[in-house]
Design a protein. Structure first.
Lengths: 141, 78
């Protein structure tokens, strides 16, 4: 971890050096005012820009690496990201068992049976095919 | 991975420092045989400093990594 810290400090100094390079032509007076940039200015400015960007990337990378080390050693606890709470799953409606279904349908079956029985009685409405109703056949068994 | 990016940045900084040292003569704003102009002096000092700083950092990084490897080897032997 020491090596990462030393490297991060060196990269931070590199950032400062790059910034100085960018302003040096104007600070030292080598760039005439109200004139196009000379080769000296162009070279120093863009070199300084590159040095600054590269050094900044280095600083960020080393700082993140140090943070990872600290997290790995348990010295830093990363903040848990706040995520939206997931909606609680709605409990599925209890499915009726076959016994409950049979008890629910029992009155309907009984009503149908009575209806069919009354139709098959003599004097009632005759079936067109002349056969006894199925319910009656079942009852006679 | 992040440390590798940082080491790569240090290597690039070292190369940038070398470029700064060579820039006055490569670009041509330092006349040959004449006394160093202000821009040349600035570039030489800054380039030398950046190159030296990044080089020392790379050496420290490599030395510490080697020390860690040696310690792991000792633990493995024990």
């Amino acid at each position: 971890m020491i090596r990462k810290f030393v490297s991060a400090v060196a990269a931070a100094l590199g950032v400062l050096a790059g910034l100085w390079l960018m302003i040096a032509p104007f600070a030292l007076g080598t760039q005439p005012e109200d004139a196009d940039w000379t080769n000296t200015t162009l070279s120093e400015f863009f070199t300084g820009l590159g040095v600054t960007v590269v050094a900044l990337v280095g600083v960020i990378a080393f700082v993140l690496a140090i943070r990872d080390d600290l997290v790995e050693r348990g010295l830093v606890v990363p903040k848990p990201r706040q995520t939206e709470p997931e909606p609680e799953p709605v409990p599925a409606a209890p499915q009726a068992s076959s016994a409950e279904l049979a008890s629910l349908l029992a009155p309907l079956v009984e009503a149908l049976r009575e209806d069919l029985t009354s139709r098959s009685r003599p004097g009632g409405e005759h079936r067109q095919n002349g056969m006894a109703s199925l319910v009656g056949v079942e009852e006679n068994r | 991975m992040k440390a590798k990016v940082g080491v790569s940045a240090l290597v690039l900084l070292f190369l940038g420092g070398l470029w700064l040292v060579a820039a006055p003569f490569a670009v041509g704003y330092q006349p040959r045989g004449a006394a160093y102009v202000d821009a040349t002096i600035n570039d030489l000092w800054l380039g030398g400093t950046i190159a030296a700083l990044s080089f020392v950092s790379l050496v420290v990084y490599a030395a510490d990594a080697l020390r860690e490897l040696a310690q792991r080897g000792k633990h493995a032997d024990a």
